[in-house]
Design a protein around this ligand. Structure first.
Ligand code: NAD
Length: 376
């Protein structure tokens, strides 16, 4: 059986983390051959290649594309590079998994989608939280009607850390896009939209907060992003079907030891709360409903397979590339996430609710991979 030849672009934290990293998790997938890595930091790239026994090392992704005969790549570089590198890979006929956020503007996200369609390659916006065992259990319960009709959701990711390393791209607005909205906000937003079944967004209202003070602030060596950098943001997203989602993110909150990560769903016959997966055990997912005429709270006992969400996500990406599965995260869903974040900034800047407009594009099915990768 022909293996999928995979390359990694950017071998920093999320590419190499022993639990969540792309490289350690690809190495668990027997149908993948991890053949090449590319990183502008050549010393680091060589060090990582030696550690994981990866044969080909490059300092430019285009050199890697020209020489390594890849089928697919993971893109794990700073946010501002996602779009250009993804388009470059798709144009060379290589399938792409791009880390979150897919892009820093909806215009860039659309360029990426157009390139995927034009070159008939998979573009997969990474959102590993959808592949957590607890979030999948909740989605399954919802699909089977456990909560009745879910009419409202509340989602948040509150933390107090930040980076004080002003030499890191993480403190550059031009390279991150902004504050927590582009970092954790887009992740928890995607989780909420997925649970709700991606209803059509009608309008968005947002407010930003800049705490300043003692917290390390993002700095802006080049101000290419039109948006201010927030330490905290709150938003209300209304859907065309009358439902709504409230969202809050912060790096300025007093949250104790763990980040306060939550998704609350309110349904006509039940409710549910999903919390920070680091909490483990029965506190992560709680479901409320009525049984025998009595209101009850359930703490589902989830089998902990020990498989990280990132590995589930990569396995699914590989299945999509090999034509064995339809993508569970579509490019249009990725696009909507980016567009909602943009709309939150737009609303905050003009001080009122904004109508949610997605530029009209002809409806095209997500790219299906060509069949040459299906094992003989
Ligand atoms: N899904 C998740 O759980 C998760 C977690 C962390 C980060 N991320 C995302 O992953 C991306 C990378 O984040 P990180 O924390 O690994 O950052 P990082 O700074 O640790 O690593 C980035 C790497 O990219 C390299 N790089 C920079 N420019 C490059 C280029 N032009 N070509 C090749 N390599 C280049 C850097 O040298 C560095 O090694 C970000 O978009 C971030 O939002 C996702």
């Amino acid at each position: 059986m022909r293996k999928l030849r995979v390359g990694i672009i950017g071998v920093g934290a999320i590419a190499t983390d022993p639990t969540h990293g792309h490289i350690p998790n690809y190495l668990h997938l027997p149908e993948v051959e991890l053949v090449a890595i590319s990183d502008v930091n050549g010393n680091r790239a060589q060090h990582i290649a030696n550690r994981y026994n990866i044969p080909l090392v490059y300092t430019h992704f285009r050199e890697m594309l020209a020489n390594a005969e890849l089928d697919a790549v993971s893109i794990a570089v700073p946010n501002y590079l996602h779009a250009a590198i993804a388009v470059g890979c798709l144009e060379k006929g290589v399938h792409v998994l791009v880390e979150k956020p897919m892009a820093m503007t909806s215009r860039d996200a659309r360029r990426m989608i157009d390139a995927a369609h034009a070159h008939k390659r998979v573009l997969f916006p990474g959102m590993n939280n959808r592949f957590r065992e607890d979030s999948r259990a909740l989605k399954l319960m919802m699909q089977q009607g456990a909560l009745g009709e879910v009419y409202a959701a509340k989602a948040g990711w509150l933390s107090r850390d930040g980076t004080s390393d002003t030499t890191s791209w993480l403190t550059s607005k031009a390279q991150t896009g902004g504050g927590p909205l582009w970092d954790t906000g887009i992740v928890i937003l995607d989780l909420a939209l997925w649970m709700l079944g991606f209803p059509k967004v009608k309008s968005v209202s947002g407010a930003l907060h800049n705490a300043k003070g003692e917290l390390p602030q993002l700095i802006s060596p080049t101000e290419t992003s039109p948006y201010p950098v927030e330490d905290a943001a709150t938003a209300l997203i209304r859907f065309e079907d009358g439902r709504h989602l409230s969202l809050e993110v912060s790096t300025a909150s007093f949250t104790g030891n763990n980040d306060d990560i939550y998704l609350r769903l309110h349904g006509t016959s039940g409710g549910a709360e999903l919390h920070n997966p680091e909490m483990k055990g029965t506190d992560v997912l709680r479901v409320q409903g009525e049984l025998f005429g009595t209101q009850m709270e359930f703490a589902p006992v989830l089998r902990d397979s020990g498989i990280p969400s990132h590995r589930n996500e990569l396995k699914h990406f590989v299945d999509v590339c090999m034509g064995r599965a339809e993508p569970q995260i579509t490019t249009e869903q990725g696009y909507v996430g980016v567009r909602v974040i943009e709309a939150i900034y737009e609303s905050a800047l003009c001080g009122r609710e904004v109508a949610f407009e997605v530029p009209q594009v002809p409806h095209i099915e997500d790219s299906k991979p060509e069949l040459e990768l299906i094992p003989a």
